[in-house]
Design a protein around this ligand. Structure first.
Ligand SMILES: NC(=O)c1ccc[n+]([C@@H]2O[C@H](COP(=O)([O-])OP(=O)(O)OC[C@H]3O[C@@H](n4cnc5c(N)ncnc54)[C@H](O)[C@@H]3O)[C@@H](O)[C@H]2O)c1
Length: 462
């Protein structure tokens, strides 16, 4: 089947960048990205591209080239479904907060409502692409929902094409993917549907990097990849605590480990812990699935990755509390990693919570995350913990967000580095230390060489 029109449901961190790259590489295909969130769609359509809602290096340049040529952002979901032969579902799949699997399983309500919407509107056969990260065997459920809600004898072919981009390097990852994974049903229709998507990726991804599998392998591979990445971070973080206790240096230890070709150097940097919208929820989901299939030992194994991550966030916070000599602490960085404005599940939120609960005033500076987002992150967390409105107000009054790093660094003499932004390395620390004697606890271990010789700064690695 030749694809002329694509619809992508979900204009978030995955839907926006992936569709921008497809539009650029396939000028003959019209791509419409739709979302229920009107404000988000308006932001994607803002003539001033610095206001697009996802900040990724290289993204604005692509948007400027293709928007309103063959890439469109719209809230008219029904029309985009109607006109497209291929529909990507790239909606959020957060951890469930109520019902069966609460706190563990992925909440599929947005995926299911997207499927109902597709079935309700479609007048012709559709290829439905699972782009969201989903529990293994979701395609089965999706098929049921599509068939139950379809009008007439419409056929839906479901394929799985999980996204492996990492925020902060999304555009580069999309252009130069390590692999593109497409899972489909073992039938002629299934193979045709997979081929239709392979043809799109082939425009810029070498064929040997396009892996086709059965649909369950594809769904599970994404969860498993994220679990393995997070597991490396927790492994090295667990060793960082042992390094501290023994006088070994975690950077030296992880360098040695990473030089083993069988292991490799990536994802071996000790830190305050992983954040982001994916790792935690995907591991929780994996643990839930293992328990569902009565694989309790396997579930316990993966659960430990999360426990070490929580341990590391709290170890960092306790260090700050131990070294505080007054009621003020500065947190540098709020995004869950550098080069993104995304703060979902950022370690900063949990560190701030612990510090505020210990009656500390916290001063925050981040180069990209907005003040509103920082406030909202903490407000939602305190609401989730069932504090009253008055208590939440009191707690939020202990947060001061600074517009520039100098003000933040002069507001306390204890600094916690939470995000690995490059600009933190380039600050004029000598100048700041002349005005303010500082203790720096580096939750990313990025400043050891930079601050080694700076007078008036006491430096601690994590
Ligand atoms: N963010 C990442 O780095 C990343 C990487 C790989 C995979 N993923 C996976 O991709 C999926 C999307 O992640 P994201 O970070 O882009 O999420 P996001 O929250 O940034 O975007 C999802 C969007 O879907 C919209 N939406 C929800 N239900 C809808 C509906 N019924 N109709 C129309 N729009 C709807 C929301 O309004 C939101 O704008 C998740 O499953 C995630 O696990 C994310």
């Amino acid at each position: 089947m030749k694809i002329k029109n694509i619809c992508c449901i979900g204009a978030g961190y995955v839907g926006g960048p992936t569709m921008a790259v497809i539009s650029l590489m396939c000028p003959e295909i019209n791509v419409t990205v739709v979302d229920l969130d009107k404000e988000k769609i308006n932001a994607w359509n803002d003539p001033d591209t610095s206001n697009i809602p996802v900040k990724e290096s290289g993204l604005t340049e692509i948007i400027e080239k293709v928007r309103n040529k063959n890439l469109f952002f719209s809230t008219d979901i029904d029309n985009a479904i109607l006109e497209s032969e291929m529909i990507f579902i790239a909606v959020n799949t957060p951890t469930k907060t109520t019902g069966e699997g609460k706190g563990m399983a992925a909440d599929l309500k947005y995926v299911i409502s997207s499927a109902i919407n597709i079935a309700r509107v479609a007048k012709t056969d559709k290829i439905v692409v699972e782009k969201s990260t989903l529990p293994v065997r979701t395609a089965e459920k999706l098929k049921e929902v599509l068939l139950e809600n379809a009008r007439g004898n419409i056929k839906f072919d479901i394929i799985s094409n999980p996204e492996f981009l990492a925020e902060g390097t999304a555009i580069n990852d999309l252009f130069k993917s390590d692999r593109v994974l497409i899972g489909g049903e073992d039938s002629i229709r299934g193979k045709n549907a997979v081929d239709a998507l392979v043809k799109i990726y082939e425009k810029w991804i070498p064929k040997k990097k396009i892996i086709t599998t059965n649909i369950w392998s594809s769904e599970l591979s994404k969860l498993a990849s994220n679990a393995m990445l997070a597991q490396r971070i927790s492994s090295v973080n667990s060793l960082s605590a042992l390094c501290e206790a023994t006088g070994a240096d975690i950077d030296e230890v992880s360098k040695v480990i990473g030089l083993d070709k069988r292991i490799g150097p990536s994802f071996l940097k000790a830190s305050v812990g992983f954040g982001g919208s994916c790792f935690q929820k995907d591991i929780l989901n994996l643990v839930y699935l293992c328990r569902k299939y009565k694989l309790n030992d396997v579930a316990d194994y993966w659960e430990q990755v999360i426990k070490i991550n929580d341990y590391q966030k709290s170890r960092f916070s306790q260090k700050l509390l131990e070294l505080a000599n007054d009621k003020n602490i500065t947190i540098l960085g709020w995004a869950f990693k550098k080069d993104t404005n995304d703060s979902r599940e950022s370690a900063a939120i949990y560190v701030a919570e612990i510090l505020i609960n210990n009656n500390m005033n916290i001063h925050v500076y981040d180069p990209m995350v907005t003040d509103e987002r920082i406030l909202l992150d903490l407000k939602l967390l305190f609401q989730h913990k069932k504090f009253s409105d008055a208590e939440i107000q009191k707690k939020l009054s202990m947060l001061k967000i600074h517009k520039n790093h100098k003000d933040a660094l002069l507001s306390s003499n204890l600094i916690g580095i939470v995000t690995e932004w490059d600009e933190f390395i380039n600050y004029n620390w000598e100048e700041i230390a002349k005005k303010n004697v500082l203790t720096v606890i580096d939750g990313r271990n990025i400043l050891s060489e930079r601050l080694d010789q700076v007078k008036n700064i006491k430096y601690f690695k994590l």
